[in-house]
Design a protein around this ligand. Structure first.
Ligand code: PMV
Length: 320
């Protein structure tokens, strides 16, 4: 039996992070330049149920049975077994390769789950539909991030720009024109759940102020939704700057992120903001085909540890 392969892209949040946890809308896009790839091969000589995992990127080589019960890889495997009502797996090797940086706001956790769910269900002869893949990846996220909104598993599963409001059907947003983004890593690891927990404390201490900020972010996100589908996409720039200012007031930016945002704007970006949980991780800048390289170089000189130029291309709704 040949190896069964699956993959899932990274993601970036364009608008609405944190506010989305409180019921406001957010917009996220896939980042296909980075990916998780999984491959499953049968192990004809291994004992039934032996799942051997190799994930060189995180220096992991172990049998599934030896992983902690709440390990995200174990949870994804169990999720597939549960929905397919499979009690015992045949002996198999699961290999996970990822180019998505961990804890950097690029959706690495969700992408690992999605790629495992797809490969394992296909290996078992019942590839799961996207709705189930996304729902199972959400279950894994919940065990690890406390109160995730569900935006990460959704954008990573569907690999399309999405307009997302918690608990509501999401909408795929076909861009009117190519959106050129520069994604720059501050190099500071910042687990999202810590920033989300800190925002909750701030919100509990001063709900009126935080709710007003989330409402303001929601308005920006609504304006952005129209600009993405109708253009001109460069007009998203000032909205990104506004969103960044609101996130500063929410308390999730940092000196490093602010510095990179300023560097991008000085190099000619139409807009820039932190992306994801904040405090560290990534910022994004809006570029054109012409100035993308220049902004990317400026961000690297300003101290970014890794810079990705990502393009979100137009497609028609039929190409979903
Ligand atoms: O850090 P990331 O990119 O996984 O983004 C988290 C986005 C938040 O809105 C802060 C949390 C969430 O679950 O939506």
């Amino acid at each position: 039996m040949p190896a069964i392969l699956a993959s899932a892209p990274g993601k970036a949040i364009l608008f609405g992070e944190h506010a989305v946890v409180y019921g406001r809308p957010a917009i996220a896009v896939p980042v296909t330049q980075v990916q998780v790839k999984t491959s499953i091969t049968a192990d004809p000589l291994g004992p039934t149920g032996r799942v051997h995992i190799q994930a060189p990127g995180i220096q992991l080589e172990s049998d599934l049975a030896k992983l902690p019960v709440d390990d995200p890889i174990a949870l994804a495997v169990q999720g597939v077994m549960r929905v397919l009502a499979v009690d015992h797996l045949p002996a198999l090797n699961l290999r996970i390769n990822s180019t998505i940086p961990v804890a950097a706001g690029l959706g690495s956790g969700a992408a690992v789950s999605v790629a495992i769910l797809r490969a394992l269900s296909a290996f078992l002869g019942h590839p799961l539909p996207d709705e189930i893949v996304s729902a199972l990846a959400f279950e894994v996220e919940k065990k690890h991030h406390g109160t995730p909104s569900g935006i990460d598993n959704t954008v990573v599963t569907y690999a399309r720009p999405i307009f997302f409001t918690r608990g509501q059907p999401f909408e795929i947003l076909p861009p009117a024109e190519t959106i050129t983004l520069i994604i720059a890593d501050s190099g500071i690891k910042s687990p999202t759940r810590l920033a989300v927990a800190a925002v909750r404390e701030t919100w509990q201490a001063d709900p009126h102020r935080l709710d007003a900020l989330f409402d303001a972010i929601a308005q920006v996100t609504q304006q952005a939704r129209r600009l993405i589908t109708e253009g001109p996409v460069l007009a998203l720039g000032p909205l990104m700057i506004e969103n960044h200012h609101f996130l500063q007031q929410v308390g999730v930016s940092s000196a490093e992120l602010d510095f990179l945002v300023d560097a991008a704007l000085q190099a000619g970006a139409a807009g820039a903001k932190l992306s994801g949980g904040g405090w560290g991780g990534n910022m994004i800048a809006l570029a054109t085909a012409e100035n993308a390289e220049k902004i990317s170089t400026a961000l690297a000189s300003a101290g970014a540890k890794r810079v990705i130029i990502s393009r979100v291309n137009p497609f028609t709704r039929d190409q979903k």
